[in-house]
Design a protein around this ligand. Structure first.
Ligand SMILES: *Cc1c(COP(=O)(O)O)cnc(C)c1O
Length: 790
C-alpha cells in the first residue's frame, strides 16, 4: 500500500461513514477510518488465506479469553507501514499518537491466560500456520479499575461503544445453540489477525449471543414491554460480560452457558465446513482438525463432539471416542487446587441433559476400564470424572484428550510428579511440556522501538523479529562500553516516558533517576504483592530510624486488578495505598523512596511499563505460579528478575544466568518439607523488623477505614483464616531472604555498566521465550500441522 492510496481510502471512509473531511474529523473518527483502510487493504489476502487453509488440516484454539489489547499500531507494524503512515499523517498535521490513544483495548481476558492466547494468535499468523481462534465476543471486557481513597472501584468496560473496525459480522455463518431452557443464536464476528511480514491473515472468530426473536410482538402489543424483550435480554446476557475471576473457580450457571455457547457454536462451525468441503466420513475428522482447549473452560467440547458424532453422524461410540481423543489436546494452567474447575451435576443435567448423559457414559466406561486394569476402588474414586455429585473438568480433559501439557518445565514436572501423578501413570505418553512465551512484535518492537532499533543496528538485520534466538549474538556487546551506554540511555528514555505518562494518568510525580521496581500482574495471594508491601514498609521504618541509611532512590510501582469478590486481594490494594500515602507524604523519606499504584493496569499500560523497568518482581510462592509471562516481557526489555525459583523464572535464570538475576526464597522442595509443621510465628518473633510491619496492620499505624480488612490480613498471616492455615503463602519464611535480595539489587545497581551488563544478558538470552518457539512446538508435537503461506 502506498501512502497516497492509504490517505485516499481514509478520506473516502471519513466521508462515507461520518460525512466529514480529514480536518473536521475527531481523533476517534480518524482512527476508525485508518483502521478500516487497513481492513480494505488486507481484505483480498484475508480471503485467500481462508481459501488456502481450507485445503488441509487446521488447528483451532478454543479459549474463553483473548486479551488482545489495541490492534492499530500492531497491525501497522506487522504490515511494515507504521513509519509510512506516521509520516503521511504528520504531513497533514496529524499525530499518529492521538489515533493510537483513541482505540479502546479489546480486554476480553483477565490476565496471563488470555494474553497468552493473544500472543499465540500473533505467532500463528506470523508463521503462516492454519490456526483459528474461537471465543466469545463479550460486550463488556475486563472491568475498568479506579481507586477511591485507596479502595478499588469497578466500572463496566464498554469497549464496543465506538464500534469495532477490526471485525466483520458474518451473519451468514450464524448457528443455533440449544439449552434445555431455550435456544439462542450465535453470530460470528471475525477479527483479522495480521502476522508480521507476511501476506497471510488469520482469524479470531468471536461469537455473540442474540435471541431467535428480537421482540414478542403480541406482548408488546399488550403493552407488556419488559416481557416482550425478555427473550432478547436472556439471550444477550450470555455474551454480555467477561467473568473477572482469575484462577479462582466460579460456579455460576451463566458461566456454564457461556462455555457451552461458544464451544457448541465453534464445533457446529467446523462440522458444517467439514461437510461442505470434504464430504468425508467423520471417522477421519481428526485428520483435518486439531482442537486445543485453553484450560478447562472449553472442555465441554469433548462430550459435545461425542454428541455430534454419535447422535447426528451415526458413529458407533468406540469409533466416536477414538476420533474425539485424537482431535483434542488440553493445556493445564494452574497448580492451585482451588482453581480446578468442577461443575455441580445438577446444573449440568438441568441445562445440558444430553451432554450430561454423555459425560455419564464416558465416566462409566472409564471406570470399567480402570477396573479391568485392576485399579482399587479407592483409586478409581480418586480418578473417575464424577466426585461427590460434581464433574471434574480437568479429569474429563485428560481422559478425553490425546495430549495434556503444562506451561513451564517446573509446572509440568509438578503435574507429573504430584498433582497428576495417577494420570501420568495411566497415560505416560499423553503428557508434554510447552513453556509459554510472548510475542516479540508487541512486547519489544511495538513497546520499545528505541531498543528494537539498537538491536537491529548491532545485528545488522531485522531477522531477530521472526527468529528471536538471534538475540544471542548480542552477548558480545555486554562488555562493550559504547553499546552499554546506548542501552542505558534508552532505558532512561523509557523511564522518562513512563514518568510522564504516570503523571498524566495518576497525577503523581516520580523520579526517572530512581530505580523503577515494578510488580504488575493480577492481584492474588500466591503472587505475594503483600511480601513486596512488607518489604517497603520495613525499608520505610529503617529509613526513619536511620536517616543516613545509604540506599539508592527507588520507585516501587504496582499495577493489578483484584477480582471484585476477592476480599483479601482488595485489602492488599488498600494496604499498598496506605503505605504509599505514608511514604509519599513524608519529606524525611520521599526523596529516597516512593510508591505508586497505577490504575486500570491492562495491555496498553503494560506496553509502557515493561520497557521502563529496572527490576522485575516475580515473587510468587515457589510451586504456585504455573509459568508467568510478565517475567518474559521484562526480560525481553532487558530487566533482571528479582524472583523465586518458580514457574518460568527457573528457565529464565537457566538461559540468562543466575548471576544476572536475583533469586531468593524457599524452593518447591523446601516448601513441601516445611509445610506440615510451618509456624509463621517463629519468624514473626525472630526475624528483625518483621513483627513491626505485621503489627502495623492492627496497631493503628495503618488505617483501613474501619473495614476490618487489615485485621483480616493480619489473621491470615498469624492465625490462618477461613479455608487455610496461617501464612499459607510463606511470606514470613521468605521475608528476610527477599530483603537480602533487595539489598543486593541496591548494591549492584550502583555500578551502571555492571548493571547494564546484567540487563543486556537477559535481553540477549530471551530468545527461548518467543511464542514463535512455543507455537512451533505445538504445531509439530501436538497439532501436526504445517505452514501454508499464501
Ligand atoms: C503479561 C500480562 C499478564 C500476565 O502477567 P503475569 O506476571 O505473568 O501474571 C497479565 N496482565 C497483562 C495486562 C499482561 O500484559
Amino acid at each position: 500500500m502506498n501512502r497516497e492510496n492509504f490517505i485516499d481510502t481514509m478520506n473516502k471512509i471519513l466521508k462515507a461513514d461520518y460525512g466529514k473531511s480529514m480536518e473536521r474529523a475527531s481523533a476517534q473518527e480518524k482512527y476508525h477510518a485508518a483502521a478500516k483502510s487497513i481492513m480494505a487493504f488486507i481484505a483480498e489476502d484475508w480471503y485467500h488465506t481462508e481459501v488456502n487453509y481450507e485445503k488441509g488440516k487446521q488447528a483451532y484454539y478454543l479459549s474463553a479469553e483473548f486479551l488482545m489489547g489495541r490492534a492499530f499500531s500492531n497491525n501497522l507494524i506487522n504490515l511494515g507501514i507504521y513509519e509510512d503512515v506516521k509520516e503521511v499523517l504528520e504531513s497533514m498535521g496529524i499525530e499518529i499518537h492521538g489515533l493510537e490513544e483513541a482505540e479502546e483495548d479489546a480486554g476480553l481476558g483477565n490476565g496471563g491466560l488470555g494474553r497468552l492466547a493473544a500472543c499465540f494468535l500473533d505467532s500463528c499468523a506470523t508463521m503462516n500456520l492454519p490456526v483459528t481462534g474461537y471465543g466469545i465476543r463479550y460486550r463488556y471486557g475486563i472491568f475498568k479499575q479506579r481507586f477511591e481513597k485507596g479502595f478499588q472501584r469497578e466500572e463496566g468496560d464498554p469497549w464496543l461503544r465506538w464500534g469495532d473496525p477490526w471485525s466483520l459480522r458474518r451473519i451468514e455463518d450464524r448457528v443455533t445453540v440449544d439449552f434445555s431452557d431455550g435456544s439462542v443464536q450465535a453470530i460470528p464476528y471475525d477479527m483479522a489477525i495480521l502476522g508480521y511480514d507476511t501476506k497471510n491473515v488469520n482469524k479470531l472468530r468471536l461469537w455473540q449471543a442474540e435471541p431467535i426473536t428480537e421482540v414478542d410482538f403480541q406482548l408488546f402489543n399488550e403493552q407488556k414491554y419488559d416481557e416482550a424483550v425478555k427473550e432478547k435480554n436472556r439471550a444477550e446476557d450470555i455474551s454480555r460480560i467477561l467473568y473477572p475471576n482469575d484462577s479462582k473457580k466460579e460456579g455460576k450457571i451463566l458461566r456454564l452457558k457461556q462455555q457451552y455457547f461458544f464451544v457448541s457454536a465453534s464445533l457446529q462451525d467446523m462440522v458444517r465446513k467439514y461437510k461442505l468441503l470434504h464430504e468425508g466420513s467423520f471417522e477421519v475428522f481428526d485428520q483435518y482438525h486439531a482442537i486445543q482447549l485453553n484450560d478447562t473452560h472449553p472442555v465441554v467440547a469433548i462430550p459435545e463432539l461425542m454428541r455430534i458424532l454419535v447422535d447426528q453422524e451415526g458413529l458407533a461410540w468406540d469409533k466416536a471416542w477414538s476420533v474425539t481423543v485424537k482431535t483434542f489436546a488440553y493445556t493445564n494452567h494452574t497448580i492451585l487446587a482451588e482453581a480446578l474447575e468442577q461443575w455441580d451435576c445438577m446444573v449440568y443435567r438441568k441445562l445440558l441433559p444430553r451432554v450430561y448423559q454423555i459425560i455419564q457414559q464416558i465416566d462409566k466406561r472409564f471406570v470399567a476400564e480402570l477396573k479391568k486394569q485392576n485399579y482399587s476402588n479407592e483409586k478409581i474414586e480418586k480418578m473417575r470424572i464424577f466426585a461427590n455429585k460434581r464433574i471434574r473438568m480437568a479429569w474429563l480433559a485428560i481422559h478425553g484428550c490425546h495430549t495434556t501439557n503444562g506451561v513451564a518445565a517446573l509446572h509440568t514436572k509438578i503435574l507429573i510428579e504430584q498433582e497428576l501423578r495417577d494420570w501420568y501413570k495411566l497415560y505416560p505418553d499423553r503428557f508434554q511440556n510447552k513453556t509459554n512465551g510472548v510475542t516479540p512484535r508487541r512486547w519489544l518492537l511495538l513497546s520499545n522501538p528505541e531498543l528494537s532499533e539498537l538491536i537491529t543496528e548491532l545485528l545488522g538485520t531485522k531477522d531477530w523479529i521472526r527468529d528471536l534466538g538471534r538475540l544471542k549474538d548480542l552477548e558480545k556487546y555486554a562488555d562493550k562500553q559504547e553499546a552499554m551506554q546506548r542501552f542505558i540511555e534508552i532505558k532512561e528514555a523509557k523511564k522518562r516516558q513512563l514518568a510522564a505518562y504516570i503523571y498524566q494518568r495518576e497525577g503523581i510525580e516520580i523520579d526517572p533517576n530512581s530505580i523503577f521496581d515494578i510488580q504488575i500482574k493480577r492481584l492474588h495471594e500466591y503472587k505475594r504483592q503483600m511480601l513486596n508491601a512488607f518489604h517497603i514498609l520495613d525499608l520505610y521504618y529503617r529509613l526513619k530510624e536511620n536517616p543516613q541509611l545509604d540506599i539508592q532512590p527507588r520507585t516501587f510501582i504496582f499495577g493489578a486488578k483484584a477480582a471484585p469478590g476477592y476480599f483479601r486481594a482488595k485489602a492488599v490494594i488498600k494496604l499498598i495505598h496506605e503505605i504509599a500515602k505514608r511514604i509519599n507524604n513524608d519529606p524525611a523519606v520521599n526523596h529516597k523512596i516512593k510508591v505508586v499504584f497505577v490504575q486500570n493496569y491492562g495491555i496498553s499500560y503494560a506496553e509502557k511499563l515493561f520497557p521502563a523497568a529496572d527490576v522485575s518482581e516475580q515473587i510468587s510462592t515457589a510451586g504456585k505460579e504455573a509459568s508467568g509471562t510478565g517475567n518474559m516481557k521484562f526480560m525481553l526489555n532487558g530487566t533482571p528478575t528479582l524472583g523465586t525459583y518458580d514457574g518460568a523464572n527457573v528457565e529464565i535464570v537457566e538461559e540468562a544466568g543466575e548471576e544476572n538475576n536475583f533469586i531468593f526464597g524457599a524452593r518447591v522442595e523446601e516448601i513441601e518439607t516445611i509445610k506440615a509443621h510451618y509456624d509463621p510465628k517463629v519468624y514473626y518473633e525472630s526475624v528483625p523488623g518483621l513483627k513491626r510491619v505485621i503489627d502495623a496492620l492492627v496497631d493503628g499505624t495503618l488505617d483501613d477505614d474501619g473495614t476490618g480488612m487489615f485485621r483480616e490480613l493480619y489473621q491470615s498471616i498469624l492465625e490462618g483464616a477461613s479455608w487455610h492455615k496461617a501464612d499459607h503463602y510463606f511470606i514470613c519464611r521468605d521475608f528476610d531472604d527477599y530483603r537480602k535480595a533487595q539489598e543486593k539489587v541496591d548494591k549492584d545497581y550502583r555500578l551502571p555498566l555492571n548493571w547494564a551488563r546484567k540487563c543486556w544478558m537477559n535481553l540477549a538470552n530471551s530468545g527461548k521465550f518467543s511464542t514463535d518457539r512455543t507455537i512451533a512446538e505445538y504445531a509439530k508435537e501436538i497439532w501436526h500441522i504445517e505452514p501454508r503461506k499464501i
